[in-house]
Design a protein. Sequence first.
Length: 417
Amino acid sequence: MKICSAKLLFAASVLVASSSLCAGPKSGQPALPLQPLAEKPGLLSVPGISGKVFYVPSTLDTIKWGYLPNATDAPLLTVPSGATVVFDTLSHEGLLEDQGRDPLKYFASHGVPAQMVLKDAIAITGSATPHDFSKDGPHIITGPVAVDGAEPGDVLKVDILAVQPRVPYGVISNRHGKGALPGEYPLGPKPEADASAASPEKFHNVSVFTPIRKNKNGKWEAVMKNSRGEEITFPNVPFMGVMGVAAATDAPVHSVPPGVYGGNMDINDLSAGTTVYIPVFVKGANFYTGDPHMAQGDGEVALTALEHSMRASFRLTLLKKGDARIPSASGSLEKPFGETKQHWITIGLHADLDEAMKDAVRESLRFLTEVLGMEPAQAYAYLSAATDYQVSQVVDRTKGVHGMIRKSDFAKIKKTR
């Protein structure tokens, strides 16, 4: 439904201009909210994208709540290499048990009218779909989609074409026992033994409702207010926290820790216009996505980013083992690898942050020696002087560090692959 009042008032008198909500055909931008386009996966014409693309909604039949697809999951669709696939994804924030598992009620408490709540969020939380708040991961994962011809040892090249907000608000949460300062935050009492979706206040967790709006430059920004009611704004760079392929196991794969299959990597540099290369472990690769974010600082220290439902568009290209476009000498990969216009991104993962750093440095050395022709000692020296290592996140059990290798430094170097 299109909401076209002159202005829409959200919590704490934050005004979201009507131009942000009611863009239509004249502006070339779809109006918010972006409600589901269809009930089932399939070929579809998607507003803002030329030609027909494959579309996957988030429904009871297309999502996993708290777990990632594994080798036993059948794909929802099989698409040819090079296909564009659009996913309507859901943020878990506002849907979880400590928020009442009722998005209509939760968001209404922050001034959001019912018409601005996503129908797929209402359907999933109102169903009997099981979700154990203390055991299962929080994420709603949409997929998987198979790529025709993909086999173990191949690499899936995922070009992130667009990540669009579906609603003009999100949530940032801090929960007891989690985040960078467990035991220190949240402030106040600990969860009560009988905390449940029926009594969400008994969890004593903290969720900060955060509206977004377009600024004078036409860019999305998030809005908070301090204790005196003064505005705090910060820029938004939408990205998908979870992108991955099915793991080669028949055991449940928890949605929180990332792994060699990708998953919850939470790398904020992998936004629209970038690429991630993911090794294939099962026939078809079986790509999935979820955990959409509007903004995230390196570290993601409170526990969550600005969690925000998104419509995400990808181009899925199969690189057969040995393809020269794969960033390795072996013709395959052992873990995900990222690429932007300015950087190659090497990814380190480990439960120990020091070991995650070592993993990222070793992966950087592998890439520089295998692909860019550097000697190991020279590459190590270069990384020390010229490459930034960023903490992707410290809150997902498996911690992440990623290196940002500048492409411009190698403008005169011919890649060996």
